[in-house]
Design a protein around this ligand. Structure first.
Ligand code: SF4
Length: 62
């Protein structure tokens, strides 16, 4: 599973970091992905982050 963030949509709320700090981190005003390939053990929390993102900025590719 791959994940990325649309930097134009992200509003920097930080919800994804709370949901899955293994994958997401802040870079100034927006969130970025720390690792492109999501380890199986954090796939569920990565999906939770995408579901909770108010800007729908998190893109998951299976
Ligand atoms: S939850 Fe969405 S809008 Fe909020 S920081 Fe993460 S990617 Fe950006």
């Amino acid at each position: 599973m791959k994940v990325s963030i649309d930097q134009d949509l992200c509003i920097g709320c930080g919800i994804c970091l709370d949901a899955c700090p293994e994958v997401f981190e802040m870079n100034g005003e927006v969130a970025i992905v720390r690792i492109d390939l999501v380890p199986p053990e954090v796939e569920v929390s990565t999906r939770d982050a995408a579901d909770q993102c108010p800007a729908e900025a998190i893109i998951i590719e299976e």
